[in-house]
Every structure is written in C-alpha cells, then in structure tokens.
Design a protein around this ligand. Structure first.
Ligand code: PEP
Ligand code: MN
Length: 370
C-alpha cells in the first residue's frame, strides 16, 4: 500500500479523529442488517432504447437501484466517451417507468449541477477523478449544503489516504450520506483481474472508519464476466454492504466494458447463487473462538515468562561456576529434539525453529546481562 506512512506514523490520533469525523455520516443507501444492496445497470447509457430496455429487465429481476454512466472518463481517446447530458432524460424516464432509484458518475461541478437538476438520486465519483484532490474539492464545493447520497470509488492507484481524503473533502463540504466503492487498483502487466482487488486496502479502510458503508464493484475489479460471481461472494464474505454490477441488455454489443457486462438474467442467476453471511451465528462463533485465542495467548505468555526465569537461574549458576553462557551442543540438541516434538504435534519445522531461535537468543541476552 503506497503512501500510508503519513497516517500510520500518527495512527491513534488520526484514527480517533476519523471515527469522530464520520460518526454522523449515514450510508448512501439504506441496507437492512444482514442484507446487501444491489446497484445494477450498464457501464454507459448508450441510447434511450438500450437504457430503458436494460432498466426494465433489471426492475423485473427485483433490482431497485439503476446505474448508468453518462460522462465516461475513458483511459484512451477514441473510446466511447458517453452520451452526455441527453442521458439524464433517459434516467428520468427509467425512474418514472420502473420506480428504481438512479445513479450516475460525476467528474466535475457541471456534471453535479446537471445531474441534481435532472433528479438523479445517487451520485458517485469515479476512480480516475478520486485520484485528483483538486477535482474532488471542486465537486465537494458544488455539493456544499445539498443533501445527495454520494459514493466515492477508490482512486485507481492503491493509495488509501487519497481515498479517505476524497471522502473527507465531501464530508467537510456537508455531504451527509456517503459510501465507498471498492473497484480494485490499476496494475501493469498481464494478470487475472483487470484491477486487482488488494482486499487489504478496503479492509484497512473499514478498520479506520468502521461506520462507513462499503460497496464492491466486481465488474471493474474482474473485468471479465466469469469473475463477477466469485468476486461478489468474496466481497460478501468480507462484510461488504453492497455490490454495484454492470448489466447490459446485449452485453456483446456494449460500447464500453463489453467483456465485463452481463445480462439482467445472468445477474439474477449470480445473485441467486450467492450465500449471505449468517451474521449472528458468525459473530457468536467468532467471539467464542477469539475468547479461546485470548486464553491460550495468556497461558503462552505466562509460560514464556516462567521459561525466562528458569533461564536466568541457569545463567546465575553458570556465572558462579565460571561457565560460558553459550553452550552450542546443548543448543543443537535442544533444537533438534524440540523440532521433532513439535512436528509430531503437527507444527511446521521452520516455524518451530524460528520461535526456538528467538527464545534462545533472548535467554542468552538475559544471561549475558547478569
Ligand atoms: C464505471 O463505473 O463505469 C467506471 C468508469 O468505473 P471506474 O471509475 O471504477 O473505472
Ligand atoms: Mn464500466
């Protein structure tokens, strides 16, 4: 993870403030305990017909929040850069016909103003925009004093502070409903995922701001249809509150992100196949196992302290008889027999050796200091 050092150096203080800062922030989307929210729709609104058809099919599958990009920040010029303002009319029609909430990406204040005027229900800041604090700050100012649910995608680069910074800029401007979307991080070269998930980054975000709603975007992480189901399940297992999934009425002809879009029917099948976590049972099981770990750790520490005291006794004896502290044969024999004993208990030999080496080094140190 890049650039976390600034925050890490000051972890406790900054974490406390972050907790406080976000205490009053509500999630962008209401999700009942133990459930997950689904946002679905095409990468881009391409035409009125494609938008309405996709939305109608999704509504039929029970989807309640419709996404569609109107202004598309593409990595390379020449790609489809979105339908622009005209798409706002299509989104309004989707809302009227299906009753779904609508969501779109904004990248500058004018997008924000246009989308708000057109009655779009939820806005998000895309990965390429989150990387730029100037752009985020301008959007935050444009939203100042307006109660609109906002979602912030992680920056394309794996920089947790930049992600948190964008969330803070919106919060400081008075945005009251705020969530984060994890869409994976750019990386160079061939790899399984289009944007590898680097789960430890959203997990760390959750640790720093536990009250923040986290939504996962398996479409942009995976970049391939077949990765959407496993990534969605992973996100659920990690405790994400929702999924944003790209769905298109005819994915093969999509003008952007064709290879990662799925039909509303396929989306339905995937959602059916996912297992929601049994939060209550999981929590109870975890608590009980953690209690066992706590107890075992205490016993281990007590035994370590006792062992160190015996080592000191030995040290005193050696000193009074002018014996050397280090006795290599004894050390060799001890290592060998302990590693065998540990292996018989199912413990890894290297793991045991490294623990014994650390123990021995500390004993020798203490004996030398007598
Ligand atoms: C999108 O949601 O279509 C999009 C452009 O995503 P990202 O900002 O995550 O690349
Ligand atoms: Mn897309």
């Amino acid at each position: 993870m890049n650039n976390t050092s600034e925050t890490d150096r000051n972890t406790t203080a900054s974490e406390l403030t972050l907790h406080d800062e976000f205490k009053s922030i509500a999630p962008a989307i209401n999700v009942a305990e133990g459930e997950i929210t689904i946002i679905a729709g095409p990468c881009s609104a391409e035409s009125r017909a494609q938008t309405i058809r996709t939305a109608t099919e999704l509504a039929r599958q029970g989807i309640k929040i419709f996404r569609a990009g109107l202004w598309k920040p593409r990595t390379r010029p020449g790609c489809f850069e979105g339908c622009g303002t005209i798409g706002l009319e299509w989104l309004a029609e989707v809302k009227e016909r299906t009753g779904m909430l609508t969501a779109t990406e904004i990248a500058c204040p004018s997008h924000a103003e246009l989308a708000l005027k057109a009655g779009v229900d939820i806005l998000w800041i895309g990965a390429r925009t989150t990387t730029n604090p100037f752009a985020v700050q301008e959007i935050a100012q444009a939203l100042s004093g307006i109660d609109i649910p906002m979602m912030v995608k992680n920056p394309a680069n794996p920089d947790l502070d930049l992600w948190i910074g964008a969330l803070q800029r919106l919060r400081n401007a008075g945005v009251k409903r705020l969530s984060a979307i994890h869409r994976g991080f750019s990386s160079y070269g061939t790899r399984l995922h289009r944007n590898p998930p680097q789960w430890r980054i959203p997990i760390e975000l959750h640790r720093r701001i536990p009250s923040l709603q986290l939504i996962c975007d398996p479409s942009h992480i995976g970049g391939k249809r077949q990765l959407i189901a496993p990534l969605s399940q992973q996100a659920i297992d990690l405790g994400f509150n929702g999924l944003i999934i790209e769905s298109h009425c005819t994915p093969d002809t999509a003008l952007s992100d064709s290879s990662q879009q799925i039909t509303p029917q396929r989306l339905h099948e995937i959602l059916q196949s996912l297992t929601l976590r049994q939060q209550d049972t999981l929590n109870a099981d975890l608590t009980s196992l953690r209690q066992q770990i706590d107890q075992l750790d205490s016993e281990l520490l007590e035994i370590l302290a006792k062992r160190m005291n015996v080592a000191l006794e030995i040290g005193r004896l050696k000193k009074s008889h002018n014996l050397p502290v280090l006795q290599p044969q004894r050390y060799e024999a001890l290592m060998k027999s302990r590693v065998e004993e540990a292996a018989a208990l199912g413990l890894d030999r290297d793991f045991t050796s490294s623990i014994l080496a650390a123990l021995h080094a500390e004993s020798v140190n203490r004996q030398l200091n007598l």
